[in-house]
Design a protein around this ligand. Structure first.
Ligand SMILES: Nc1nc2c(ncn2[C@@H]2O[C@H](COP(=O)(O)OP(=O)(O)OP(=O)(O)O)[C@@H](O)[C@H]2O)c(=O)[nH]1
Ligand SMILES: [Mg+2]
Length: 683
């Protein structure tokens, strides 16, 4: 490829539901434009898009992958995005840097709902997008039903740009609805013009009239022509398509078979003619014209198999040069990407997407510049983690290496998170689902030589008491050789309201417990409460030191600590100790047709529904609020997705502690933890 393409560039993300054919489409786009001479396949694990080992292993994309090519003197960078909801963060981050997106879907009407969250994201950010209905080689396709179903999930009007010609259940060509020219596909080359298929005249007419009417909704001149029955010139239709796509007012629809390259050239032609130039998105994102000092944004961070850091960057303004200092960091080399292959370049121009090496400490989403910028470019919202596993290095000595490796993992993927739990001491890896975490664990093993074992995280139960007990005596007396140990206390123990934690008071009169020993009493009480009789920390308890006695020689802070422990050991069992479990407040988003099932899911997991209502800016979607015990949350996202075609999601936050019902408390007591030992032992 030339160092600088002659007439600008287009950056296009390829997005859409899981397995709809995005990676296959990118392969075909690269083949048709001559960037690759042999097409790989997802099955054989040799595509450009799925060149990462973790993608190849699973025959699915697990991260974004960029490839630059050239078509008709225009540079194109395609970004193949993963379709699985568990990797949605990758897609959202990449979409923030493109000029347009191709939404790839399958012609299956009852699965188009899976497009809804993506359409919403594209429309919220006004990202121009077109739809490529792939896999038109399937049997029993109904074009009109497919279009109808797609329209129902898009807030922007869809306009068919082509009408597919199907014979004997095979896509054999298309009619271009702008020129009304029909074409026939054949393998290995561009489609040939053919005479208009008269049998499709009526359907084609309806589709074209609908396209023109939709375009006319945003163009008065075209509307007048239609009202007066004047045939609008093709140029006018194309101009409208370009303007209205660029402003995300309409969504043109194409049909094809990516595996056979059918429909791929017309798609490229449309991108060339109708997708907005990079300056349009740059003006929208930068919110101001002018200035030529470089501004860029990181769309993805990679740690290459060799260990070097590589940032995929959109140049919004100005020129990047080898060794440029961005945000105070001197960049290494500049590269154009072809999947995992890199071609070194000296400069990157506005509107290009390139990779920059060694941008240490710079994160995905960050705005890059040479000078201090007053405002950062918008970036995609960070998804909350919804699925957790506790992880342990297979080799004990690896614990030290773990935190630096996880830091790098999180740089590559900000929808992962980790914590060392304060109560359970487990290292917990958080993410978007089972496959997401398994991919992270694969990377730990493969890139950082850190094999891990996993188990379900323990539920951080607590204990409390139901009843008070007073004047509980604890005496510690020990005689050993030299001088002895003596401490003697009386404690009042009483429950506190939920959430109050712990407090310690003393009402000692006459110095029966001297001042210097009282901190020892408090320490003894606290130590006891950190691990109560049921095995968990005790909370919502007030303890008062009311009385005691001491010995002038043998007493010490240490001895009073022991005395306090003894008193607590005697006292707490008299106070009806009971288990508390953390309760999470969840806010589930679901298409309303699944709301009833979601309510059942919540109540079936000991949840308490707080209410549900329509989401005000998302027609056809409900938000369900509920309390759910944390012990019931482990697989909640998995179940929710399986009930909602994968599109249900939820926000959550810790809310309060609540007494565990007796029958469940018994189970926890006997198993030691709520998971009942059903750790999944995954590696
Ligand atoms: N019949 C048919 N199969 C196709 C077509 N395009 C892709 N496939 C197959 O569909 C499966 C998924 O294709 P991919 O290209 O991996 O789909 P994807 O959208 O990239 O998948 P993710 O990135 O994992 O979401 C593969 O088995 C492809 O061979 C097509 O046009 N027709
Ligand atoms: Mg893919």
């Amino acid at each position: 490829m030339n160092e600088k393409v002659k007439s600008g560039s287009r950056n296009v993300a390829i997005v859409g539901p899981y397995l709809s054919g995005k990676t296959t489409l990118m392969e075909s786009l690269l083949f048709v434009t001559g960037a690759i001479t042999r097409k790989g396949s997802v099955k054989d694990g040799n595509t450009v898009g799925d060149s990462a080992a973790e993608s190849r292993d699973r025959h699915m994309s697990v991260e974004v992958s960029a490839a630059s090519t050239e078509y008709n003197d225009t540079g194109f960078t395609f970004i193949d995005c993963p379709g699985s909801v568990e990797f949605a963060q990758e897609t959202y981050n990449a979409l923030m840097g493109v000029d347009a997106a191709i939404v790839v879907c399958e012609p299956i009407t009852d699965r188009v709902l899976t497009l809804a969250p993506l359409f919403k994201f594209l429309d919220d950010w006004e990202i121009p997008h077109l739809v490529f209905v792939n896999k038109m080689d399937r049997a029993n396709i109904n074009v009109l039903d497919t279009l109808h179903a797609l329209k129902a999930v898009s807030s922007r009007p869809l306009v068919a740009h082509q009408y597919p010609i199907i014979q004997a259940e095979q896509l054999i060509g298309f009619i271009d609805l702008v020129s009304e020219q029909a074409y026939k596909y054949h393998a290995g080359g561009p489609a040939d013009p053919i005479p208009f298929p008269e049998e499709l005249k009526e359907e084609e007419h309806i589709a074209r009239a609908e396209m023109l009417e939709t375009l006319a909704n945003f163009d008065d001149h075209l509307l007048e022509e239609l009202l007066e029955d004047i045939e609008p010139p093709q140029e006018e239709i194309l101009t409208d398509l370009k303007l209205e796509l660029g402003a995300d007012l309409v969504v043109p629809v194409f049909f094809g078979v990516a595996e056979q390259d059918y429909g791929v050239r017309p798609l490229l032609e449309a991108l060339l003619r109708e997708a907005p130039e990079p300056e349009i998105m740059a003006e929208r994102r930068l919110k101001a014209k002018g200035g030529d000092s470089p501004v860029a944004q990181v769309l993805k961070t990679y740690y290459t198999p060799q260990g070097g850091k590589l940032s995929l960057v959109r140049v919004w303004r100005g020129k990047l040069t080898d060794g440029i200092v961005l945000n105070g960091v001197r960049a290494g080399g500049l590269y154009r990407l072809m999947g995992q292959q890199q071609q070194q370049i000296n400069e990157a121009y506005p509107g290009e997407i390139v990779a920059v090496s060694r941008l240490e400490n710079i994160k995905t989403g960050e705005t890059l510049s040479c000078e201090q910028l007053t405002t950062a470019l918008p970036k995609a919202e960070q998804l909350e983690p919804v699925y957790a596993l506790a992880i342990t290095p297979e080799k004990r000595n690896d614990e030290v290496k773990l935190s630096s490796a996880i830091t790098k993992l999180l740089e590559e993927d900000c929808s992962l998170a980790w914590e060392q739990h304060g109560d359970t001491h487990e290292v917990i890896l958080w993410g978007q689902g089972e496959i997401h975490l398994q991919v992270a664990l694969d990377r730990l093993r493969r890139k950082y030589n850190l094999p891990m074992t996993t188990h379900l995280p323990q539920v951080p139960y607590k204990e409390t008491i139901r009843k008070p007990a007073s004047s509980i005596h604890g005496r510690y007396k020990h005689q050993s050789g030299g001088h002895g140990q003596f401490g003697d206390v009386y404690l009042d123990i009483k429950p506190l309201p939920r959430g109050e934690g712990f407090n310690f008071k003393e009402t000692i009169v006459g110095g029966v417990v001297p001042k210097q020993y009282i901190p020892g009493v408090e320490i003894g009480v606290r130590e006891f409460l950190s691990h109560g009789p049921l095995g968990f920390p005790v909370v919502d308890v007030a303890v008062t030191l009311t009385n005691g006695s001491y010995h002038t020689v043998d007493s010490s802070e240490q001895a009073f600590k022991q005395a306090a422990r003894l008193a607590m050991q005697t006292g707490i069992p008299k106070c009806e100790p009971t288990l508390l479990e953390p309760i999470i407040r969840v806010q589930v988003s679901t298409p309303s047709e699944f709301t009833a099932k979601v309510l059942q899911l919540v109540t079936g997991r000991r949840g308490q529904i707080l209410g549900y209502e329509g989401i005000h800016d998302w027609q056809g979607w409900d938000s369900v609020s509920a309390y759910l015990p944390q012990a019931e949350m482990q697989n909640f996202i998995v179940e929710l997705r399986s009930l909602t075609l994968g599109v249900g999601s939820f926000h959550w936050e810790y809310d309060h502690l609540q007494e565990v019902p007796d029958r469940i408390a018994d189970r926890i007591r006997t198993s030691g933890n709520g998971n009942g030992g059903n750790g999944n032992g995954n590696k």
